[in-house]
Write a protein of this length. Sequence first.
Length: 157
Amino acid sequence: PFAKLDHDPMEEHCLQLLFGFPELREMAGGLRAEFFQRHENREIFARWLDAGPGLGKDEILAAVRRDGDDEVTGQLDLLSEKPLIPLDTNSRAASLLEVASRLEERNLRNLKSEEVIRFAESPPDLEDGEHDDILRLNQQIKKNEGLRRGQVQEISG
């Protein structure tokens, strides 16, 4: 739904939480770069991962910014300037889990759509074990749906 926009509010909210509250890092273990569709957000997330734990907000921003002359820095500046919704500690954690689950769900839906297209072009040979990836994807979707309903309190990894 955000393809027509020049930004992705869901990805940006996730990144703002991660940058604004470094203590949430330990809850983001299941987040993966491929969950971010916009390349600049994916790169910001990858650099955030590279920065490692134990850093404060300013140190994380400096590590992600690097030399400061690329598109990533421009996007990072935009994220830094946007006000964060005031949240207490529990609400921050819940918000991160929710947005991470939604990003994962979107990624899984996209993978499923690609799978449908691939199978329409060339049906899988079930005898050769090609269905293992299908089963794994379906299990991830089911797990994510359980998380979205509040039955599971973790992000799949």
